[in-house]
Every structure is written in structure tokens, then in C-alpha cells.
Design a protein. Structure first.
Length: 329
């Protein structure tokens, strides 16, 4: 049964092998060229520093101008791979059999329907996940060589960085594959499964994009006016921020803006000094600044929950796929 499934999936398997070979070769070549550019521009120390701390700031900016787009393309490729797995591997997996009627022949053989379904799922899904994980590792390896000169400067929670790190891409791929397979057996049409699966995957990704942030306990920071709040600079994910009054209650954004504007000038209308401005804030009702955030050190927990949500949905969809297939005539 495995051999038959391999024969039926050989086009997809050859395509995956080609993607892995070409992708790996391109990443290795680009990374080598990028490291040469870093060394020739004497930016080796800058890959671990903020741009403003780099002694060769002009060279660093020129490097970013040249390489940021290429690095972002590599990230976008990993982000799009789960959707491609769902569209071109998951959706046609059973829909093509049902559309062409070849499932009838499979159902009349001595092999059980469960074994037939399981073999097709394994042969289609496992190679796709291997290719995804391999390319994900290679792109991360490439990004790490650029350090803070590349997209990693944006922190673990930026959209592109988060979507390609840790367990999340595997969770997305499992969900996209299972979604395509389920729509395929429900519609019995390959093209319908591919288009509807892609649309549904995009909708669900956007719908659940903020859910995981609410499942992680956030930390809270409160500082007096004039005290630096570095949660934006250290890569943390800021969920909420603003001002607190003397009773410790949040002040609405509009009111805080009005009070801040009022404290910027003296009663005579002249611009206020920094000391006067800071002294005015508590008197006007702006006692502290606050921020609720998830520190970058907890990013792996966010990824774990994110992957668990999508993997759980994938299990439900695969169970539904099996249930529908077992009732096909």
C-alpha cells in the first residue's frame, strides 16, 4: 500500500525534493555572499549590536539596503509553505481519488479503508513536513548570520520573525494540510478544495492571530513620569500601554492627550520646562505610565501554544476526514 501511495504521490514528492534542493542551494549561496559582504564592510561586530551602537553606521545602512529584501523573501517563503502544502498536497490527496472514481477500486481491495487512508496521509504529509523543517532551519541559520543587521532586529514578536520560528510553521502546515484534505473529501472536487482551502486557511490565520497573546499571562510595568520604559526596545510584545491616575486607574487616551498638551505650556502660555512639565503631570492626574507586555524570553511559550492550537484543529479536521471517507461508497 505504501508503494502504491508513493506512485500516486510521485509528482508531489519530486516537486518537494526539487524545492528542498534548490532552496537549500540558494540559501547556502546567499548566506555565503552575505557573510563576505559583512566581512568586507568590517561589520562583524555590528551583527550583535544595535544600529546606533555600530561604529560603521553608514556601512551598516548600506548593508541593510542591499540585504533586507532578500532576507524578507526567505522569511516569506517559509510563511507561504504551509499554505502551499495545504493547497497542492492536502487538497488533492483524497479529492482527486473521489473526483476520478479511483477510490472505488481501492475500497474493493483486501486492504482496509483505514490502512489505505493512513498510508496516503503518511506518504503525503511526512515528506512535506521534513522539507518545511529543513528549509525553516536553513532560513533561520541565514538570518542568524545577519544578526541585528537583519530582520532579527525587530524582535521575536514581529510578524515575519514569529511566523517562521520554533514550532509555529509545523502547526500551520498540519492545519493547512488537514483543512485541504477535509474540504477535498467534503466537496469531492479538487479545484474547489484547493481554492476554498486556501481562502479558509488565510481567514483562520487572521482570525486567530491575536488569540494566542491572550492565553499567555502578561507582565505589567509601571513607571513614574520621565522614567524610561524600555519594553519597546527589548523585543517584548506590548499588549496595552497608557497612563494611570493617582488612584491607579487607566486614563483614556483622549483625556491623557489633552492633559499632556495642557502641561506642555505654563499658565501664561509660554513653553514649560522639562521639570515643570514632569511636575505638572501628577497634579493634572497623570501619575504613572504603564505597559502590559510579554517578554521576549517567553516567546517559545507563545509559539508552543500557537502550534498546539493549530495542531488541535488539524487533529479534528483529520478525524472528520476519516469519518467522511469511511462513509463513501
Amino acid at each position: 500500500m505504501i508503494w502504491v501511495s508513493l506512485r500516486r504521490q510521485r509528482a508531489q514528492l519530486i516537486t518537494l525534493l526539487g524545492m528542498l534542493t534548490i532552496g537549500a542551494g540558494a540559501i547556502i549561496l546567499l548566506r555565503s555572499n552575505m557573510i563576505d559582504a559583512i566581512n568586507s564592510s568590517q561589520l562583524t561586530q555590528c551583527v550583535t549590536q544595535a544600529l546606533q551602537e555600530c561604529s560603521a553606521a553608514e556601512a551598516a545602512k548600506a548593508f541593510q539596503t542591499t540585504w533586507t529584501t532578500r532576507l524578507n523573501v526567505g522569511q516569506a517563503a517559509i510563511l507561504s509553505l504551509p499554505a502551499l502544502i495545504g493547497v497542492f498536497i492536502g487538497a488533492p490527496l483524497f479529492a482527486r481519488e473521489l473526483e476520478q472514481g479511483t477510490h472505488v477500486l481501492a475500497f474493493t481491495q483486501s486492504v482496509s479503508r483505514t490502512r489505505w487512508m493512513f498510508s496516503k496521509l503518511v506518504v503525503a504529509l511526512v515528506p512535506a513536513l521534513i522539507v518545511l523543517i529543513a528549509l525553516q532551519y536553513l532560513v533561520s541559520w541565514w538570518l542568524s548570520a545577519a544578526g541585528t543587521l537583519g530582520p532579527l532586529m525587530g524582535g521575536s514578536f514581529s510578524a515575519l520573525n514569529f511566523g517562521i520560528a520554533h514550532f509555529s510553521p509545523v502547526g500551520y502546515a498540519l492545519f493547512a494540510f488537514a483543512l485541504g484534505a477535509f474540504i477535498g473529501v467534503a466537496s469531492r472536487r479538487t479545484l474547489v478544495a484547493m481554492t476554498a482551502g486556501l481562502g479558509a486557511f488565510i481567514v483562520v490565520r487572521f482570525a486567530l492571530s491575536g488569540l494566542v497573546n491572550r492565553l499567555i499571562p502578561a507582565q505589567r510595568l509601571e513607571v513614574a513620569p520621565g522614567t524610561p520604559m524600555d519594553v519597546h526596545q527589548d523585543g517584548s510584545l506590548v499588549l496595552d500601554e497608557g497612563w494611570l491616575d493617582t488612584a491607579g486607574q487607566p486614563v483614556s487616551g483622549d483625556r491623557a492627550g489633552t492633559l499632556l498638551q495642557a502641561c506642555k505650556s505654563t499658565p501664561t502660555g509660554t513653553p514649560n520646562t522639562q521639570e515643570g512639565f514632569l511636575a505638572c503631570l501628577p497634579q493634572s492626574g497623570l501619575a504613572k505610565r504603564y505597559a502590559s507586555f510579554i517578554p521576549e524570553s517567553q516567546a517559545w511559550q507563545v509559539h508552543l501554544i500557537d502550534a498546539s492550537i493549530y495542531s488541535g484543529l488539524a487533529v479534528l479536521l483529520l478525524a472528520g476526514t476519516v469519518w467522511v471517507l469511511r462513509r463513501q461508497s
